[in-house]
Design a protein around this ligand. Structure first.
Ligand code: ZN
Length: 165
């Protein structure tokens, strides 16, 4: 196991679309390292491009900071369904430290993915888990939470982030 350096936005790798994983075996060690890096950061989710691995993998554990551990590793995830109902809440990102963005997302989603055994899984997520999964999924398509904001809000936050950097 090893901690991986987390890329900071606007590293260009955070704006690229990641490639499908061909075989689970090639990402097993990556997933282990990503969990270790996420818990150390500390964060609730981490996507592979945030550590410079341009593959469609993310790990998450939305409740561990509140004492409810539920680690989830998603390989080649797909959002199969998203509720019309939305929620707006503050989101941080390990690649954009110090900035909280108010992002509107689907309240519930159904997520399909391959697990670490190579089996196809389908889960319905709500609450913080739905939000974290959508945030991490966006990273695989080269999107960060800034990209979900209206231009004025985005400009204000990128200026705030620039002042911190
Ligand atoms: Zn993020």
């Amino acid at each position: 196991m090893s901690l991986l350096p987390i890329l900071r936005w606007p590293d260009p790798r955070l704006s690229q679309v990641c490639a499908e994983v061909a075989s689970v075996a090639e990402v097993t060690e990556l997933v282990t390292d990503m969990f270790e890096t996420m818990y150390d950061a500390p964060g609730r989710g981490l996507a592979a491009p945030q550590v410079g691995a341009m593959v469609r993998v993310f790990v998450m554990d939305a409740g561990w900071k509140d004492g409810e551990m539920n680690p989830l590793a998603c390989i080649n995830p797909r959002i199969l369904w998203a509720s019309d109902e939305t929620v707006t809440g503050g989101e941080g990102c390990l690649s954009i430290p110090g900035v909280t963005a108010q992002v509107t997302r689907a309240a519930r989603i159904r997520l399909g993915f391959t697990d670490l055994t190579g089996a196809a899984q389908e889960v319905e997520l709500s609450g913080p888990e739905a939000i974290v999964a959508q945030h991490e999924y966006d990273h695989l398509d080269g999107l960060v939470h800034f990209d979900r904001l209206e231009p004025a809000a985005r400009d204000a936050l990128t200026a705030e982030y620039g002042a911190l950097a």
